[in-house]
Ligand binder design. Sequence first.
Ligand SMILES: [Zn+2]
Length: 208
Amino acid sequence: MKLILLGAPGSGKGSLAKKISADFAIPQISTGDLFRALAKKEDDFAKEVKAIMASGGLVPDEITCKMLKERIEQEDCKNGFILDGFPRTIAQAKALENITSIDSVILVELPFSVIIERLSSRRTCSSCGEIYSATDGKLENCKKCGGKIIQRDDDKPESIKHRLKVYEQSTSPLINFYSERLFKVSNDKSLEETYRPVKTFLKNLEEK
Ligand SMILES: [Zn+2]
């Protein structure tokens, strides 16, 4: 089962991906993981990519796809995989079609107003990175390390709105591109409730 998970930042798609990954024994693959793995390698290809990244340039889609191809050819992907955070553009989606065929795309939906509320209530320890919620009461210091609790600039409403706008602009074309293979699920309830229809859908997909 080769899947793509689409969803806005803060939509909860990461938690859903973990459940699918555990239940169907397929790995969750993000391009961030691919780049982190590459950073530890020293072959010519790794050196080439690291040079591009060090110069601050954008890594071309063909290179990302080459990394992805190597990853999905590994043993743990023999039953499939879940792509999280890739593709983000039509160009990437088309490049992906050249290396593998995606069975289904799961779109996790949540109203932007809810996402803004959720993310903007998030607080972070400035020293160890522990996440807290502003609704936990007014916490000034980290329970773990005593560090100062702050609201990251990324979690301020204006910044969240900007990220959501960028997401919407890049994702809408993808939704059209994958319309024949799209499964939509709303994440406005608990994770368990969100997961239930997804599981049923994937079980049916698996049997085909
Ligand atoms: Zn801390």
